[in-house]
Write a protein of this length. Structure first.
Length: 269
């Protein structure tokens, strides 16, 4: 584990393939997730000769809980800063859930730096839950039961195949949610007024959109992924036997897609 210094605290990240001469890949998880969800992607791409930096969101994992901005744009700023810290050029960014919006925002902000993006189970637009769902969410997030219920919700988003080491990942998430300061940061992330990316005019990065066929966050996951693909101008890959976390549930299918995008970026650099 390493730390990236930011104005209000530190962002924790793992660096796979530190000596790799290939492409720098920056991975951004979603809310109430731990960076270890990208462990299989990091290991596989490092074996292929690339460097992979997997960060925690602010207040998540081992990042500091001292930040006052927990939006997707803040995550985009952190991803850009991490790529700069590691002297990246023609960087590929992979983002899951909230992280999918973050990497898209980063590519729009820094077309000179970000050459490829993979919005994965990405929220580029805000969901519109009804009043009953909103009330149920707020009740679920109250302490003292909130951390355990949220961990159970996280578990339920893994419809389809369970990742290897899933029990250990659930333990990481629960341990992350228990301290009061971290739970406040996660709560702030869930309710942060994030930017919607409804158009991507000026996006120069090559894009591939990945979605899980069983993702319970949408009534029609394929339709949502197709809409995201229309926004970023990228092809869509739907992953079978997979819910909201393709990077850990089906790395056997996700890693080849990432390698193909990396090669496309390198060929056009």
């Amino acid at each position: 584990m390493r730390y990236l210094a930011r104005p209000q605290g530190r962002i924790a990240y793992d660096l796979y393939g530190a000596d790799g001469a290939g492409t720098l890949v920056v991975c951004v998880p979603g809310m109430f997730d731990h960076r270890a969800s990208f462990r299989f992607v990091g290991e596989a791409l490092a074996e292929a000769g690339h460097r992979v930096a997997v960060m925690d969101l602010r207040g998540h994992g081992d990042s500091d809980a001292t930040f006052d901005d927990h939006t997707n744009r803040a995550a985009a700023d952190d991803a850009i800063a991490l790529a700069e810290e590691l002297d990246g050029e023609d960087v590929v960014m992979v983002g899951n859930s909230l992280g999918g919006a973050a990497v898209t925002i980063a590519a729009l902000e820094r077309p000179d730096l970000v050459a490829g993006i993979v919005p994965m189970a990405a929220f580029l637009r805000s969901p519109s839950p009804n009043a009953v769902v909103r009330i149920a969410q707020r009740l679920m997030l109250l302490r003292p039961w909130g951390p355990r219920l949220l961990t159970g919700f996280y578990d339920g988003l893994h419809r389809g195949r369970k990742p290897e080491g899933h029990r250990e990942q659930l333990d990481r998430v629960l341990a992350m949610l228990r301290p009061a300061d971290r739970y406040r940061a996660v709560h702030a992330t869930i309710y942060a007024p994030g930017d919607e990316v409804l158009t991507a005019e000026g996006l120069r990065a090559r894009a591939v959109v990945i979605g899980g066929e069983l993702d319970p966050d949408w009534k029609d996951p394929a339709a949502e992924a197709a809409w995201v693909g229309s926004v970023v101008g990228g092809r869509v890959v739907m992953v079978p036997e997979c819910g909201h976390y393709p990077q850990s549930q089906r790395p056997d299918l996700v890693v080849p897609v990432l390698k193909e995008l990396i090669e496309e970026v390198r060929a056009h650099a």
